[in-house]
Structures are given as C-alpha cells and as structure tokens.
Ligand binder design. Structure first.
Ligand code: MN
Length: 129
C-alpha cells in the first residue's frame, strides 16, 4: 500500500491547527504538528515530512528563521514550505519568499486556498465533496 503523504503543520494556535489538520486529513494526508518553533527542526529530522505548513509567528524560533535553516540544510532543502501568517502586511509575502518559502497563505485559513496549496505538491489528492 502506498504511504500517505506526510505534512507537518508548525502552528502554535490550537484552533488554527485543528482547522488545518481537519482540512488536510480530509484530503488523505497524514498530519503532524509542531506547536513551538524550537521543536520544528527535531520533528523534521525525525519524521521527514513531504510538505510543511509554517506559521511565521511561533514561540521559540520564528517561521522565517526556521525556513532559512531548513532551506540551508541539504537534508531538508527539498521539502516544500508554505508560510501561514496572520501578518497580511505589505512586504510579508516577499519576506516569506525571500526566506525560501515555496508558497504563502494568509490566516484566517480559507479552506479552498489550503486545499489548492496542498494539491500543488500532491496533485493526486482528492478534493472532498
Ligand atoms: Mn502563531
């Protein structure tokens, strides 16, 4: 049996995480969580996720710094990272992309946008009715 694609969601807010987890798992993805920035690198090296949704404002280490570190490490550089941020300020998108993010979504999360973002990386995923 083919393994489900694995997604790590780095998100400190419980409600935001639960919403994202619900949407992604309903598409057939295996979802895990990092609730603090300083847990992300350990979880990535242990779990080797296929995709990361990265909150930018995280306790410990912020998501942009984590993205730079993951993209600088040859072992993790190929894992796509999509920034999730409530900071819809001018320049945020550019800062996220400059840090190495492969995509960018604003919060509150819009279900269709999150699904489309996941399908960019896993086109075989079903869209739930
Ligand atoms: Mn946050």
């Amino acid at each position: 049996m083919k393994q489900l694609p694995r997604v790590l969601v780095a998100e400190d807010n419980d409600l935001n995480y639960e919403l994202v987890e619900f949407i992604l798992s309903s598409m057939g993805l295996a979802v895990s969580r990092a609730a603090r920035g300083d847990q992300v690198l350990d979880i990535v090296s242990a779990d080797r996720p296929d995709l990361i949704f990265m909150d930018i404002q995280l306790p410990g280490v912020d998501g942009l710094e984590l993205t730079r570190q993951l993209k600088a490490d040859p072992h993790t550089a190929s894992i796509p990272i999509v920034a999730l941020t409530a900071l819809a300020m001018v320049g945020d998108r550019e800062r996220a992309l400059d840090a190495g993010c492969d995509g960018y979504l604003t919060k509150p999360v819009v279900t269709t946008d999150l699904r489309e973002s996941a399908r960019r990386f896993f086109p075989e995923l079903a869209i739930p009715q």
